[in-house]
Design a protein around this ligand. Sequence first.
Ligand SMILES: Nc1ncnc2c1ncn2[C@@H]1O[C@H](COP(=O)(O)OP(=O)(O)OP(=O)(O)O)[C@@H](O)[C@H]1O
Ligand SMILES: [Mg+2]
Length: 477
Amino acid sequence: MLRMTGIGKSFLGVRVLGGVDLEVSAGEVHAVVGENGAGKSTLMKILAGVHAPDEGTIEIDGRSVTFGHPIEAQRAGVAIIYQELTLLPERTVAENVFLGREPVRRGLVDRAAMESATDELLKSLGEESFGPRDLVRRLSVARQQVVEIAKALSLNARIVVMDEPTAPLADHEVELLYTLVRRLTARGIAVLYVSHRLREIFDLADRITVLKDGARVTTAEASSLDTAGLVRLMVGRELDSYYPPRAAGPPGEVILSVRGGGNARLHDIDLDLRAGEIVGVAGLQGSGRTELAKALFGAEPFTSGEMTPRRPRSVREGIAAGIGLVTEDRKAEGLLPNQRVRDNALLVARATGAPRTGVERLLERVRLSPPRPAQEVRLLSGGNQQKVVLAKWMTVAPRVLLFDEPTRGVDVGAKAAIHDLMRELARDGMAVLMISSELPELIGMSDRIVVLRDGRLVGELPAGSTEEAVMRLAAAS
Ligand SMILES: Nc1ncnc2c1ncn2[C@@H]1O[C@H](COP(=O)(O)OP(=O)(O)OP(=O)(O)O)[C@@H](O)[C@H]1O
Ligand SMILES: [Mg+2]
């Protein structure tokens, strides 16, 4: 159905894709994988008419096409679901599906036609939890994706591109997306699926194309590969074990302690964090995980309860108490993208008056690669950006570091580096708290896991618990 041949692309003289071939069949889930910066998104954007290739051809159903604009790709049957959703939150589902091409009857927008067509599309996707008249802003991210896909179907999309679609989803919502993908392929639609989560790749993909440094390494049947083999193709070397070994001995002294912590979103939080341990936080979307990290840090403080060190009422107090937070949204909250690596790494030191020497050494320690302190942060891959955030905190040597989805959108190699660092920091006596929606990661990294539900800690599980055990606690009602 789709054949891309010899695709090449440079940005500002830097070649990011060269001679890439990609063939996709009707009804196939074709995964595109590779490290950060391998060129996956660029290739997908070329297919979607966002970027024009410098060289190469695209054929759909054997006919050569060129896209000067995303609209042209859309007309040719290509839909792309971006990670940042592009819907209008204050409009209804039906209005979004038909945005810019509303059916008109006697000079007026035919709302009834729009709504019934949307209703049919949603039903065909098995979606019954919301309807055409619901406001988009009331829908979860997972349901907004359903709207995006309904929109793609209404445009007769035959190739649907999903670029890291599960990054904003909570674990239990991933199943919803799987169902959706299967419904699309059952209609003969080809799905191009970009993700860093290998589990999803093996769950969904028929074939896998591996990109490395802008070139295709291989395209293979998913059934002919295993995780280790795929990682080797992506990274170009063996990654022997996924997660660093856990703490050898028992944890040290309690560094942070909360009793009866509460605010508008959290209730009766009792939690101790000890030197040397990594405590995982599990919970469904909306269970209060990010709120817990922000309360401990002082960004959205606890308004009741006892805490040692003294309950921070602001970020400033949190930092002064030796607490750091690696936020979920590093671009918006953790970094100044237009500034250089070095200046970003010094953000916390500058704000607190901590010494600014040794930042180069810290950037080495976090394994920034390539180590270019003068580069603008926005030009770095997700993994490298996260390493800069880590360096930023390490300048003030916090005693407690809270990580909210630390490896979201980060490739396998950088992910392993970040995991190793987290364990190193714990080994050096820090107390580490880690939130992750990726259960294998949470289980692989944590010395114990606490589970949040509706703003309350509802249980604790030891290292090595099963995903089922975690989910059972997180979802029980
Ligand atoms: N608009 C742009 N201008 C300049 N350089 C760009 C632009 N878009 C991408 N790049 C560069 O092209 C390379 C490939 O980027 P791309 O986003 O395609 O990688 P990716 O495989 O999708 O990575 P990730 O896994 O981090 O999403 C990177 O080095 C990136 O910095
Ligand atoms: Mg990308």
